[in-house]
Design a protein around this ligand. Structure first.
Ligand code: BES
Ligand code: MN
Ligand code: MN
Length: 479
């Protein structure tokens, strides 16, 4: 059985596919906020029921107690499908996540984040028809492209994966760091390591009508630091100039995180970094990535092309580690003025990592660096939130070839080979614990506003995703 029957079925049923996708998007499965735990469970059940309908054996796996002390974890959807009788072919592990990011600032949304809207671009916006909602692309929309491909195969052939062996893991905590995923991976080691490859649709393309395979994502180490000074808030007239202001001191310390070449100053930070090879540099340059246009789209002039000296923008995103301050607060931030020296000030500081950098090691080095820079009379509270390893996927494997052929069949174009600066913790975990490589076949666009207000996934991208997964099912079994 080939791809064309499934593709025809997909085309004939596009409206119903979109309806199902919209249905799932209406469930506000924000994983980081405990108030949404019930909705997360409903989103998991919704997904489990879809998989059951498609002929998978599907269930929810509870994820015990979390380590951050905030309560129990969100369930993982686990499903598998019996391969056809004499099947000896490859076994694919498909991973996705049903949880979404918080919606704030909610006032910037043009429509309710959980009442999906189907519309064209607003004046000045590029692209075509789209669904606007939280999770539209990250990651419900992308998981949906896989589910709809399975549905089309089932309708066309009676078997959702064309007779191939698939295991499905859809977790509910990716956006909060996959903190309960490792125990799950270890507890299901036998089942998961039966797979030959992990397939994930949670990344983007090179651009509109530029399909791509992502062969690497960065790792992440996420921390929070609080600098304490006095044991109470103080009058800034009486105490200013007489004792440390923790906001001033914290920003003084954090401003030293980068040197004048914008390299991270933490000792040993670059020790394990694998340099970008000459070949990769040449390949990436050949993609002709337009940084100027990318900056313009986010409201920045060419002069904003800044980062670690000696590397192009794409090299900095795909192949170099970075340090970022994600949030900073302290003192009075309300209306009007208040003359105060606060007792403490805090920041969220995270690091994107490349191959071989260990998140725990980087966090340790950062905390030591903080202690070595402790402002006189102050003390730190240092918290390790979560972390994950980066991965690079070998580009010459049967699954990579199947993905490449699938994108070609689905779009008529050979896909570009790209990396991404984002992070997907499961990939490092699967490599580390099971030796499993991950192929990232994603369909997002740079301007999808992931994690931001008005997140969207364009119907062209959705359609391509459905077709590509349908084609992958064909190519992986005929490889
Ligand atoms: N899907 C994204 C990661 C991504 C987006 C990779 C676009 C490549 C292209 C994922 O859901 C995500 O947001 N990951 C987080 C990490 C997590 C530990 C919070 C990230 O990268 O910040
Ligand atoms: Mn995602
Ligand atoms: Mn995300």
């Amino acid at each position: 059985m080939s791809f064309s029957a499934a593709a025809d079925t997909l085309a004939a049923n596009l409206e119903a596919s979109i309806d199902r996708w919209v249905d799932w998007l209406k469930i506000p499965s924000i994983s980081t906020d405990p108030a949404y735990a019930g909705h997360c469970r409903r989103a998991a059940e919704w997904c489990r029921d879809q998989l059951t309908e498609l002929g998978f054996t599907a269930s929810l796996v509870e994820t015990g107690t979390v380590t951050d002390g905030k309560g129990s974890g969100h369930p993982i959807v686990l499903a598998s499908i019996e391969p056809a009788g004499s099947y000896k072919g490859p076994h694919v592990l498909f991973y996705g996540h049903y949880d979404v990011q918080p919606v704030d600032p909610v006032s910037l949304w043009h429509s309710d984040p959980f009442q999906p809207v189907r519309r064209g671009p607003l004046p000045g916006e590029p692209g075509g028809e789209r669904i606007v909602a939280r999770g539209a692309v990250d990651d419900k929309g992308q998981v949906m492209t896989f589910l709809e491909a399975c549905r089309a195969w089932k309708q066309a052939t009676g078997h959702a994966t064309g007779g191939a062996a698939y295991t499905i893991v859809i977790e509910g905590e990716e956006e909060s760091g996959s903190v309960n995923l490792q125990p799950f991976v270890l507890a299901h080691k036998k089942l998961l390591s039966a797979a030959d490859v992990c397939l994930i649709s949670d990344t983007g393309m090179l651009g509109r009508n530029k399909p791509a395979i992502t062969y690497g994502v960065r790792g992440l180490a996420y921390t929070q630091v609080t600098l304490h000074a006095s044991n109470q808030d103080l009058h800034s007239g009486l105490w200013g100039g007489r004792c440390p202001n923790p906001i001033t001191e914290l920003t003084r310390v954090l401003s030293q995180l980068h040197d004048k070449n914008r390299r991270v100053t933490i000792p040993g930070f670059y020790d394990k970094v694998v340099p970008i090879s000459k070949k990769e540099r040449a390949n990436w340059a050949a993609l002709k990535f337009n940084q100027k246009a990318a900056l313009k789209a986010i409201g920045l002039p060419p002069a904003a092309d800044i980062g670690e000296k000696g590397f192009t923008a794409i090299e900095r995103e795909w192949g170099r580690p970075t340090a970022e301050i994600n949030g900073i607060w302290g003192g009075y931030t309300g209306e009007g003025a208040k003359t105060v020296i606060p007792a403490h000030a805090s920041a969220k500081v995270s690091f994107r990592l490349v191959a071989n950098q260990n998140p725990a090691d980087i966090t340790k080095r950062f905390f030591k660096w903080c202690k070595d820079h402790t402002p006189s009379g102050c003390r730190w509270d240092l918290t390790d939130h979560h972390g994950g390893f980066g991965v690079t996927t070998p580009i010459d494997s049967p699954a990579m070839r199947a993905a490449s052929a699938a994108l070609k069949s689905a779009s008529g174009k050979a896909p570009a080979l790209i990396k991404s600066g984002g992070s997907i913790p499961v990939a490092g975990m699967l490599k580390d614990k099971l030796g499993l490589d991950t192929v990232f076949m994603g369909f997002g666009l740079d301007d999808d506003r992931v994690h931001s207000p008005n997140e969207k996934f364009e119907l062209d991208c959705f359609r391509l995703g459905c077709r590509a997964h349908a084609a992958f099912i064909h190519h992986i079994t005929s490889a």
